[in-house]
Design a protein. Structure first.
Lengths: 307, 305
């Protein structure tokens, strides 16, 4: 089962690992996947597969949500600093950042819970049929992701080229600043000093550092923004990956909610600590309402457990 | 005496030099006990205004220096949150810490807003009621403070030079790494990969490389940001010396105005101007200034702030 874990996480986060070994051909269409793997599964196996896909999809959603916080977090932090330094009122920005931290705490908590639950899930089963079904999803996803990257080829290349330019400018700026620091450490200033000022050179250097530091930090922040933007674009791959999980989970959901299916196998199976006792199991959520289900689940855990 | 000159003691060091060249002959030498000499020439009313100005300058400098101590921790904790987010670690401890830091920054900036406005009101009042004695005294303090700062800057120049050299090396190394990253991205944009893979996997591999390497690029950018913070912290030591100088002046003036038999000197201003007599309280002892700041800030409702 361990290999599946690696492959599945790699679907979103380490896509290159299985690329070179993808020689084996698998059925890739959803219907064929259903036909090939699901019809042969017992209700218990279907339940496990559905739970696995639900958890994987939930983690991908949490990941997408968390990544949406990164850029605003950086920017607000810098805005607050700039406003405080320039004696502007930063109350609104501080309040906004606090709200952001509250929400981030909640989503990060949800991600922790679901990742722990997925670990429990991965320890639970070791059946070849399920493994094959999951590996098949892996390769299908890989093909779809690859197709998506080709569709986005021009856009990706343009963005990479733009990021390269920004990185180059940022790197150059900091080379220049490094040179400026080097000169100042030797007592050389970029401005001409009068005789009187020459006597107070070190005081002027202290002053120059204090006056210009925020501008320099802004340059560093621009560099961080560029990295975040590049990251955000690359992370759209996760969104595509999440959508693929959703499609497969939808297929599972249709099966487990069919009138003929025994509903005792249509429930969640795991908590972050162990297999759920029968009385704590609930019906697996509709694929369109997984995030709401995640929020409800997160609420059930106390703050102590999150921490 | 303008507000700018007074504030320049801490906030605009360059304007000092203008004073030095123009005024040095008027204020040739001042001893350590400068405040005692200056106060001797003043009436009680002048001493009270003088004490209020120095008290407000001290409080403003103290609040500025206090806020400064929060920048680097907030920056570090934000970086750690970002790292935890991308490394699949739980950032809750760091989130709680960031929340606490923001609470503190919020409280201190509110206090600073109140005291900054109060200082403005005080200086406006002073502009309209200034006397030659007071004017000379404030300029004398300015010059004396400047001399202290210059002495300190010279004494610490070697240490600061070393710090600048260290920062220069870190900045240069990380800037170089960012330039390397730029070249890598340029290569990727043209379809060049650092390893062999099939044509159909090339694009997805390129995005994968970006996702894997961005945390490393982020570390370089964070290193730069942290180095700038560290250099700033070194330079900011001069601000703490400035705060200490103000504290010393205020302590001396407080000792003078509380040693005589005359009425006790009071806090004359709030953020709306001169306080009515019934709202005035005694100027605080230097050891209780922080409590006084806290008390004053608490008195203002959030709507005032």
């Amino acid at each position: 089962m361990k290999i599946i874990k690696t492959l599945f996480l790699s679907l979103l986060f380490i896509v290159c690992t299985p690329l070179s070994s993808s020689t084996h051909t698998y059925d890739t269409s959803l219907q064929e996947w259903q036909q090939t793997y699901l019809t042969a599964m017992s209700p218990e196996q279907l339940q496990f597969t559905a739970n696995f896909l639900y958890l994987s999809y939930a983690i991908a959603i949490a990941e997408i949500k968390i990544r949406q916080f990164i850029t605003p977090l950086s920017r607000l932090n810098h805005t607050i600093r700039t406003k405080v330094i320039t004696y502007k009122d930063a109350t609104d920005d501080i309040a906004m950042l606090k709200t952001l931290l509250d929400r981030l705490s909640y989503v990060a908590g949800a991600r922790t819970i679901y990742m722990e639950t997925l670990k429990v899930c991965l320890k639970y089963h070791n059946i070849q049929l399920i493994d094959n079904a999951l590996v098949s999803i892996q390769y299908d996803a890989q093909k779809k992701l690859s197709a998506w990257t080709y569709e986005m080829l021009d856009e990706t290349n343009n963005r990479l080229a733009k990021s390269s330019e920004n990185f180059s400018l940022t790197g150059q700026y900091f080379q220049d600043i490094s040179q400026l620091y080097n000169n100042m450490s030797k007592g050389i200033l970029p401005i001409k000093l009068s005789k009187e000022q020459e006597q107070h050179k070190f005081l002027i250097i202290f002053d120059a550092i204090m006056r210009n530091n925020n501008e320099l930090l802004m340059l560093a922040e621009q560099g961080i923004d560029t990295i975040n933007e590049t990251s955000d674009y690359a992370a759209t791959l996760i969104t595509v990956g999440a959508e693929i999980y959703k499609q497969y989970y939808s297929v599972m959901y249709e099966i487990i909610t069919a009138p003929t299916f025994d509903k005792q196998y249509a429930t969640t199976m795991f908590s972050m600590h162990d297999v759920l006792p029968k009385e704590y199991k609930s019906l697996l959520p509709d694929p369109h309402h997984v995030f709401e289900h995640m929020l409800q689940t997160t609420k059930l855990y106390t703050q102590t457990e999150l921490l | 005496m303008t507000k700018k000159i007074i504030l320049s003691t801490i906030f605009g060091l360059f304007s000092f030099f203008l004073i030095i060249t123009q005024e040095q002959q008027n204020f040739p030498d001042f001893s350590k006990n400068i405040c005692f000499k200056l106060c001797q020439a003043m009436s009680f009313q002048e001493q009270e205004i003088f004490a209020n100005i120095v008290y407000l300058l001290y409080v403003n400098a103290l609040l500025d220096a206090t806020i400064d101590r929060y920048y680097a921790p907030l920056s570090h904790v934000t970086q750690q949150i970002r790292r935890n987010m991308t490394d699949f670690a739980n950032p809750n401890d760091e989130l709680a810490m960031a929340y606490c830091l923001l609470e503190d920054i919020s409280a201190i900036t509110k206090a600073r807003l109140i005291y900054n406005t109060t200082l403005e009101e005080c200086l406006n009042y002073y502009e309209q009621h200034k006397t030659e004695t007071l004017d000379n005294a404030l300029q004398a303090l300015q010059i004396n403070a400047q001399e202290c700062l210059q002495k300190w800057a010279h004494e610490h120049s070697e240490h600061f030079t070393k710090s600048l050299k260290k920062s220069k090396t870190i900045l240069s190394e990380n800037a170089q790494n960012i330039l390397v990253a730029s070249n890598m991205l340029k290569g990727l944009s043209k379809g060049a990969l650092p390893f062999n893979t099939t044509e159909e996997n090339k694009r997805i591999a390129a995005i994968n490389i970006v996702m894997k390497n961005n945390p490393i690029f982020m570390n370089h950018a964070n290193n730069i940001s942290n180095t700038l913070d560290e250099t700033m912290d070194e330079a900011m030591n001069i601000i703490y010396i400035g705060v200490e100088i103000y504290r010393q002046y205020y302590e001396d003036i407080y000792a003078i105005i509380t040693s005589s038999d005359q009425d006790s000197a009071t806090i004359l201003f709030d953020e709306y101007g001169l306080l009515p007599a019934e709202y005035r309280s005694s100027l605080p002892h230097v050891a209780t200034v922080k409590e006084e700041i806290y008390k004053t800030t608490q008195q203002y409702s959030s709507s005032h702030v």
